[in-house]
Design a protein around this ligand. Structure first.
Ligand SMILES: [Fe+2]
Ligand SMILES: [Fe+2]
Length: 443
C-alpha cells in the first residue's frame, strides 16, 4: 500500500473527521497501523485531535477510510428521517420519488448503507453543513434511483446507482473547505483545484478495492457532458457510461431545483438550455413528467423584476461585448502566427456562439425594450420565473466556459495566455454580475 494515494492520510479529510469526531463517536473498527505495523489508533479507540500528528506523519498499512467507523444507527436513522421529509417535499427529489413509487425501496437501500463505512462517514460529514451541500448526497441518491427506476433499470443497477450517487462528491472531502465552501464564487484558477474532485473520488474508491468498477467510473464521470463540455476529461457521447450520464443529469437537476420556484420546470430549463449536453432520452422523460405537473407557484424571488430586467440587459450587452473582443483578437499578431492560440480562439468563438444561440432561442432578445418591464412585473410570476431561470443558466454556462478556457490555456507560454486572459476575466466577472442581477458596464 506504500504506492497508494491513501497510504498518506489526506489532511483535509482528516481535519473534517476530527471535527466530526468532536460531536459524533468516530472509532477505529480495527487497529490503525503504520506500514511497519506500529499501532497508531487501537481497535475501539476514539478518533480525536490527539491522533492528528501520528496519522499525518506515518504511511498507513490500510487506508483510514477502511478502518474508521461511525455510529451507523444514528446516521441511518437521520437519513431515513430526511428521506421521509424529501418524499413529502416539493423538491425535484420529492416529485421524482413519488412519481417512481420507490420510497420503500429507497428506505431499504438506506438501511443497507449501514454496512458501508465510507458512505456513512460521507453522509455524516456533509450533513453538518448548510445550503446546497446539506442533504446533497441523499437528494442525489433519491433523484438518481428514482430516475433509474423510471427508466426501468434492473435492481442490481439501481443498487450501484445508489452507491455511486451517495459517493459521487466524496472527492470534495479531500479538498480544502476554504475552496469547497464557496465553490460558486471561485476564480477559474481556484476552481481548478475543485475540478479534480471526480478524479480524487475515483482514485479513493478504486484503491479501497471494494467497489464495483462501474460505480468508480460513474463517480469519475459525474461532471462530464455528452457534448464534450464537461470535466475532468471532456468525454463525449458513449465515452461516458450510462451510469455516469445519469449521475450527470442528477447533479444538474439537484443543483437547479435547489435555487427557487417550480423544481421540475427549473431542472427542465437547466437540462435543455444548451442543446445536446445531456442524453435526449433522459431530458425528454423529464419534460414528459413536467407536462403532468400542476402549474404550481411561480416563485422567482431569486431576483426582483427590476434586477431581472437589469440582468437581462447586462447579459445581452456582455455577449455582444465578448463577440467584439473575439473579433478584435483575430487581428492580434500572436493569434495570426501561433496555431494553438488560433485554435483556442476558434474554440471560444464556437462555444460562445452556442451560448448566444441558446439565449436567442428563448426569444428574450426579441422582446421590445419598452414592454420588458411590463412582462417582468412582480405579479407576472410565471414570466419572471422563466426569465430568471434562463439568465441563471446562461450566466452559469459563461462561467463554465471561462473555467474551461483557463484550463485549456494553462500549458501555453505566458505571452499567449496574456492574449486570452482578458476574455476569461470578462466572461467570469460578467457571469457573477449577472447572477446577482446587476447591470454591466462593458466599457
Ligand atoms: Fe461533483
Ligand atoms: Fe454533486
Amino acid at each position: 500500500m506504500s504506492d497508494s494515494v491513501l497510504a498518506n492520510v489526506n489532511p483535509h479529510f482528516l481535519e473534517r473527521l476530527i471535527e466530526l469526531a468532536s460531536h459524533h463517536e468516530v472509532t477505529a473498527a480495527e487497529d490503525v497501523c503504520d506500514e511497519t505495523g506500529l499501532t497508531l489508533l487501537p481497535k475501539g479507540g476514539r478518533l480525536s485531535a490527539e491522533s492528528r500528528e501520528d496519522l499525518l506523519l506515518h504511511k498507513l498499512r490500510r487506508p483510514l477510510e477502511c478502518c474508521l467507523t461511525i455510529d451507523h444507527f444514528q446516521v441511518v436513522s437521520n437519513a431515513r428521517d430526511q428521506l421521509a421529509e424529501l418524499v413529502e417535499s416539493h423538491t425535484a427529489a420529492g416529485i421524482l420519488v413519488r412519481h417512481a413509487g420507490c420510497a420503500a425501496m429507497l428506505a431499504r437501500m438506506i438501511d443497507d448503507l449501514a454496512a458501508n463505512r465510507l458512505i456513512c462517514l460521507s453522509l455524516a460529514l456533509t450533513d453538518t453543513g448548510e445550503g446546497y451541500q446539506r442533504w446533497h448526497l441523499l437528494q442525489s441518491m433519491v433523484v438518481a434511483v428514482s430516475f433509474g427506476k423510471l427508466m426501468n433499470w434492473p435492481r442490481a443497477g439501481l443498487d450501484d446507482l445508489a452507491t455511486a450517487a451517495a459517493l459521487h462528491d466524496v472527492g470534495e472531502l479531500y479538498i480544502s473547505p476554504v475552496l469547497t465552501s464557496r465553490a460558486d464564487s471561485l476564480s477559474p484558477a481556484q476552481w481548478k483545484q475543485i475540478a479534480i474532485h471526480p478524479l480524487i473520488g475515483y482514485q479513493v474508491l478504486t484503491e479501497m478495492g471494494t467497489y464495483n468498477p462501474a460505480v468508480c467510473r460513474a463517480v469519475l464521470e459525474h461532471h462530464e457532458r455528452i457534448d464534450g463540455s464537461g470535466y475532468p476529461h471532456r468525454l463525449a457521447d458513449n465515452q461516458i457510461s450510462s451510469m455516469g450520464q445519469l449521475l450527470s443529469v442528477t447533479n444538474t437537476i439537484c443543483a437547479a431545483s435547489q435555487t427557487f420556484g417550480h423544481p421540475i420546470r427549473r431542472a427542465d430549463i437547466a437540462l435543455r438550455i444548451i442543446p445536446r449536453q445531456f442524453p435526449m432520452e433522459l431530458v425528454s422523460y423529464l419534460s414528459g413528467l413536467l407536462s403532468k405537473q400542476p402549474r404550481g407557484d411561480w416563485v422567482a424571488d431569486a431576483l426582483s423584476s427590476e434586477e431581472a430586467t437589469r440582468a437581462m440587459h447586462g447579459l445581452f450587452g456582455l455577449i455582444g461585448h465578448l463577440t467584439l473582443m473575439l473579433l478584435e483578437l483575430e487581428e492580434h499578431p500572436l493569434i495570426k502566427s501561433q496555431v494553438p492560440l488560433r485554435h483556442l480562439l476558434e474554440f471560444i468563438s464556437k462555444r460562445l456562439d452556442i451560448i448566444q444561440r441558446a439565449f436567442s432561442s428563448t426569444g428574450l432578445d426579441s422582446w421590445p425594450a419598452h414592454r420588458r418591464a411590463d412582462w417582468l412585473a412582480e405579479d407576472n410570476g410565471e414570466m419572471r420565473f422563466m426569465v430568471v431561470a434562463i439568465i441563471d443558466e446562461i450566466a452559469w454556462r459563461l462561467r463554465e466556459l471561462a473555467r474551461d478556457i483557463y484550463l485549456r490555456s494553462e500549458g501555453m507560454p505566458s505571452a499567449h495566455r496574456a492574449v486570452i486572459d482578458p476574455v476569461i476575466q470578462e466572461m467570469h466577472r460578467a457571469a457573477v454580475i449577472c447572477q446577482h442581477g446587476e447591470a454591466l458596464s462593458t466599457s
